[in-house]
Design a binder for this molecule. Structure first.
Ligand SMILES: Cc1cc2nc3c(=O)[nH]c(=O)nc-3n(C[C@H](O)[C@H](O)[C@H](O)COP(=O)(O)OP(=O)(O)OC[C@H]3O[C@@H](n4cnc5c(N)ncnc54)[C@H](O)[C@@H]3O)c2cc1C
Length: 290
């Protein structure tokens, strides 16, 4: 049976869910926190409220309304996304399959301020293990991060690289790291290399020679997830057509992660467009297979 998984329980994700569930499509939303709205203490430019409301209140009400209609909610962090005969959404705790997926994870990207990091992007600095591991076969690489997402990327790289070191940049890792992966917790001073990345220098004067540094700080962001499955991105936003469809059939994106006006009203509009496009797509498939 057709089903949709929506990654993100912000206004874009919930708005999508309201459409798909009411069309009788099994709908699951996976989210991990309040998203951008968790930081908004007073909202007074969104339709329908006579008094300012908090972002958290809006999220809670959105989630409750969707639950009432039968949307299934999972509180978890999504780490990866791929496609076999269906989409597979990989979270910290489990893998879920779906016929359609919507990325509605908002816009933040955790790029730490490290000297020469930006300059070496694409020349040793990467943001996606599954996309770029191939280029570092048999080489020494490092992953920057200290959470589940960093571990996920490190394990991916371990399959093809000579060695993988997790660099926590001064943080205490909050994950269980297998012995096959080295860990350095010393704060990073700078990256180094002429044409391409050659080494990481630490604040205690030591250094580590690496050919690749994979940034996986915090959680997987929207463009990280999109890139893992080959969806087109540009300048930290996912590219979509007028129906919020990406270049991957069955994969949609909505809200802040697609750029444009970073406001609730636009996120809700995107969600409505994605939801109606999914309904149309699944109905067309049904007609073809009948
Ligand atoms: C301080 C502040 C004030 C604002 N004030 C206003 C305002 O007054 N009016 C207005 O219109 N807009 C305001 N905005 C903007 C508004 O919050 C956003 O435009 C809107 O929330 C975007 O909705 P979204 O659904 O695209 O993303 P978000 O609301 O950011 O939701 C993203 C969702 O994705 C989930 N997520 C992300 N990564 C993962 C992952 N790896 N695994 C699982 N789940 C994940 C999060 O848990 C969250 O549920 C404000 C933003 C901020 C930061």
């Amino acid at each position: 049976m057709a089903n949709v998984i929506i990654i993100g329980n912000g206004p874009a994700g919930i708005s999508t869910a309201l459409y798909t569930i009411r069309a009788g499509i099994e709908t699951t939303v996976i989210g991990k926190d309040f998203g951008a709205l968790g930081k908004a203490s007073e909202i007074e430019n969104y339709y329908g409220f006579s008094q300012p409301i908090s972002g958290k209140y809006l999220v809670q009400e959105g989630v409750e309304g969707a639950k009432r209609l039968g949307v299934h909610f999972i509180s978890d962090e999504v780490l990866g996304l791929n496609f076999t005969d269906q989409f597979v959404v990989k979270t910290k705790n489990e893998d879920y399959s779906a016929t359609s997926v919507v990325i509605a994870t908002g816009t933040s990207r955790n790029t730490p301020k490290i000297k020469r990091l930006k300059e070496l992007e694409g020349r040793g600095v990467s943001y996606c293990a599954v996309c770029d591991a191939f280029f570092y076969r048999g080489k020494d690489v490092a992953v920057l991060g200290d959470g589940e997402y960093a571990l996920h990327e490190a394990l991916e790289l371990l399959q093809t690289s000579n060695s993988v070191t997790i660099l926590t940049n001064g943080k205490t890792p909050n994950i269980v790291i297998p012995e096959t992966i080295k860990v350095i917790t010393t704060p990073i001073e700078a990256l180094d290399g002429d044409e391409v990345l050659e080494s990481v220098f630490f604040q205690d004067g030591s250094n580590l020679s690496v050919s690749g540094l994979f940034v996986a700080v915090g959680v997987a962001g929207s463009t990280d997830l999109a890139k893992k499955i080959g969806a087109a991105t540009e300048n930290n936003r996912i590219l979509v057509d007028e129906n919020m469809s990406t270049n991957i059939p069955g994969l949609y994106a909505a809200g802040d992660c697609t750029g444009g006006l970073l406001q609730i009203s636009k996120a809700v509009y995107d969600g409505a467009k994605a939801g109606t496009a999914i309904i149309k797509e699944l109905r067309n498939q049904k007609v073809k297979t009948a």
